[in-house]
Design a binder for this molecule. Structure first.
Ligand code: C2E
Ligand code: MG
Ligand code: MG
Ligand code: MG
Length: 292
């Protein structure tokens, strides 16, 4: 019976695998047409200062809604786009769209906000990356100093295809560079001495555990202390509750982003999200709750 069971499990496993690869093919086919079909759009998630409580910027996050597949999770379609190279045209569109929508939001709010756009490894390999970013800035009118590019640690570890030169060229345009998901990559701190970055984003996995796990708390405290020692601003990602926010306040983290502060919303909802953020005052709300 054990053997039969084993065989059945094997079959179930391979049927699953077939289905998985069929799903993947269907998704790849759909993704190929997503841009032309207007199925991609962006959400924007605010970031706030933990010293003033005011909004400092927004991260642009790609969304894909397909008639058949529904809302596809970014973790699924972005890795597929990366593997297939589709991230190149999609990423170029993402820069263009985020600069355009970000500029409109900044103008309407009359605030000096940073628009952060994620950059994946494949995009950094592109020969014309700098030209793409430049043309997104030029055609949108967004000042270069209002644009931040988020990269991950691994992208700084090896200098291949002129990636470091491209990042340097972006910095020379005035674009800021931040390190996303900090602490989860091949963390070697040597690059922090060699290449100037403007911000570190503490990975949400540490933020999540910071109030229940002493080791995670120590990691967060250490990243904050190191950032301040290096004169790099530090932002905590994925803040989900007031305990986490209070911990970050106590530890003097500079900025916060996460669903507790505000979720990512479409561009046309961002103005009201930003306005309600400033009228409620997230920090005030947390402090009031603490006092009561
Ligand atoms: P990321 O850059 O680390 O983005 C932060 C992710 O955390 C986003 O996931 C965001 O929606 C999510 N998030 C924000 N607040 C919370 C919270 O309080 N709790 C939890 N659990 N999650 C929160 P999302 O939108 O699914 O994006 C996933 C990843 O896809 C991003 O991670 C980024 O690496 C990539 N990505 C998104 N947009 C783009 C893009 O335009 N270009 C490229 N190359 N990659 C992108
Ligand atoms: Mg990011
Ligand atoms: Mg991140
Ligand atoms: Mg990520």
């Amino acid at each position: 019976a054990a053997k039969e069971n084993g065989r059945n499990q094997y079959q179930i496993f391979s049927v699953d695998m077939l289905k998985e690869s069929a799903d993947r093919l269907a998704m790849e086919h759909a993704l190929r047409h997503a841009l032309a079909n207007g199925e991609l759009h962006m959400h924007y998630q605010p970031q706030i200062s933990l010293t003033t409580g005011t909004i400092t910027g927004m991260e642009a996050l790609l969304r894909w809604t397909n008639p058949k597949l529904g809302n596809v999770k970014p973790e699924r379609f972005i890795s597929l786009a990366e593997e297939t190279g589709l991230i190149v045209p999609i990423g170029a569109w993402a820069f263009m769209n985020a600069c355009r929508e970000g500029k409109a939001i900044i103008d309407e709010l009359g605030l000096d906000l940073t628009v952060s756009v994620n950059l994946s490894p494949r995009q950094l390999q592109q020969r014309n990356l700098v030209a793409i970013v430049e043309s997104a800035l030029k055609s949108s009118g967004l000042p270069a100093s209002s644009l931040e590019v988020e990269i991950t640690e691994g992208m700084l570890m090896v200098n291949s295809g002129g990636n470091l030169e491209k990042l340097q060229s972006l910095r020379e345009l005035g674009v800021r560079i931040s390190i996303d998901d900090f602490g989860t990559g091949f963390s070697s701190f040597s690059y922090l001495l060699e290449y100037q970055v403007d911000r570190l984003k503490i990975d949400q996995s540490f933020v999540k555990k910071s109030v229940t796990d002493a080791n995670a708390a120590a990691v967060v405290r250490t990243i904050i202390a190191m950032s301040h020692g290096l004169n790099i601003r530090v932002v905590a990602e994925g803040v989900e509750n007031d305990d986490q926010l209070r911990f970050l306040l106590r530890r003097k983290c500079d900025e916060a982003q996460g669903n507790f502060v505000a979720p990512a919303v479409p561009a046309n909802e961002f103005i009201s999200t930003a306005r309600s953020l400033s009228s409620i005052g997230v920090l005030q709300a947390v402090e009031l709750k603490q006092a009561s």
